[in-house]
Unconditional design. Structure first.
Length: 190
């Protein structure tokens, strides 16, 4: 059974209204479109995490990039290198997110350490919760956990289906240094 991204010609009628928005723009959501009810349910969480997170765009990208690195999720890493650069992260800062927290800027170390704790132990320690709340507030702590959970789920989907990068992203990352990217070999659907 194939989970290739659905082309417009096979797009489910019950989510026709979603094709022109976020769902039709990225292959990961075109894969999720195989389950229209899941994609419909995903919409509100995705909108909150992407557009209204208390983390703000820069901190959210730090969280997503660290999670993508830890998962070895090349699609997410490469997508979010582009997004990270777009919101103001520089290449050195992005590279640092693949290394030990002790070598990161203090704020990035706190955020990346939280991602690591969630992935390794499925919880934040009380001192992490306190430090995160001082940095991003109570809503930000909850948004950090929700962001990590959402992108963990996407990582499962992406890695299990070998979802291909979009041609536009492939073209954008071609101009970047190889040491900034994660090797990616998924084939575009024929």
């Amino acid at each position: 059974m194939s989970f290739a991204p659905l082309p417009d010609s096979d797009w489910p009628a019950e989510i026709a209204d979603m094709r022109a928005g976020f769902a039709g723009q990225l292959n990961v959501y075109r894969v999720m479109a195989h389950h229209p009810a899941l994609l419909r349910a995903w919409e509100n969480l995705r909108t909150h995490i992407v557009q209204h997170s208390a983390l703000g765009p820069v901190r959210a990208e730090v969280v997503i990039l660290r999670l993508a690195h830890r998962l070895g999720a090349a699609y997410e890493w490469n997508q979010h290198v582009i997004r990270g650069l777009r919101v103001g992260l520089d290449m050195a800062r992005i590279r640092s997110l693949r290394g030990p927290c002790a070598q990161m800027e203090p704020e990035d170390a706190l955020l990346a350490g939280a991602v690591d704790a969630l992935q390794d132990r499925a919880q934040l320690a009380p001192d992490q919760m306190d430090a995160l709340q001082a940095l991003v507030g109570r809503d930000g702590v909850l948004d950090l956990m929700a962001t990590a959970g959402m992108y963990l789920t996407l990582g499962f989907l992406l890695k299990s289906t070998d979802c291909p990068l979009e041609p536009a992203v492939t073209a954008q990352i071609a101009a970047l240094p190889d040491d900034l990217l994660m090797p990616y070999h998924a084939e575009e659907p024929g």
